[in-house]
Design a protein around this ligand. Sequence first.
Ligand SMILES: [Mn+2]
Length: 326
Amino acid sequence: MIEKVLEVLRNGERFLVACHRRPDADSLGSALGLIKTLRAVGKEATLFMPEAIPDSLQFLMEGEQGLAAVPAGTRYDATWVMDIAAKALLPPGFPDGEVTGPVIIIDHHHAHDDVGDIVYRDTNAAATGEVVVQIIEGLGLESIPEGCATPIYAAILSDTGGFRYATTKPATLRLGARLVEAGADPWQVAYQLFERWKPARLRLVSAIIGTLEFAFDDRVAIMRVTREMLQACGADDDMVEGMVNYARGVEGAEIGALLWEWPVQDAKGARLETKISLRSSGTTDVSVIAAALNGGGHRAAAATQLDVPIDEAEKRLRAELAKHFG
Ligand SMILES: [Mn+2]
């Protein structure tokens, strides 16, 4: 199937490369890795970036400018979307088919709905960044192209939690070594992604941990974050990333859950919906629970968003968990 992707790559000249909505290190790192790879083989490649890039990922940009909107009249031979599991995660303002050309999905999630004309998902890959290396190899390039090592290393480091998750295979570590040999700096990337916190984020950690509750004989740890908490801490939504891991980290907890109040403004009006992040410490497949609540993800990490206030979302989550733990 990667052959089909390589064929579009070889035949096209101008490409647009996008991330999923609210880009993370894997999505942005793999997008930048692909862009540099495309340029290394003489193609034109542009990043589509209609959203603000989180502070912790700015170091990956290295002077790269993303397009907030595609200029009128522009047409691409194909558009790539990196690390996207569902249509709802396309970035805001994603251009229509006349502008994008065929949409190519490069990903490693078990998808629950399909988006894209050509889809290449390697669910064995620890990160979409790993799939970009498959493309580099598929092109027959001898070495990692200039500028690719750091973004791809960041993609893999982030999605494996620093080479710690069960998705970390010998090949993942070997690839990490190759990327370091090609110029990625392990401490600099780890510092930017994991070790550099604003005071507001630490206040938020404290507030979120303050909501910790246990359910089902302590097998599930549940936390929440509200708009009020964010405001009181002077924190923003980007700072919530990764917080759910504190719940998973409680000894004895098989599942960590975070309920997150999420403002929505659409035809139905302004309201607060609830995002739910789920993490498994190993025994339970949280993608099954997320799927039952209309979401998706992996065995160890899954999520959904419910169009109800946070208390109602918690009730629904607990009802679903009761089927597994009740
Ligand atoms: Mn990913």
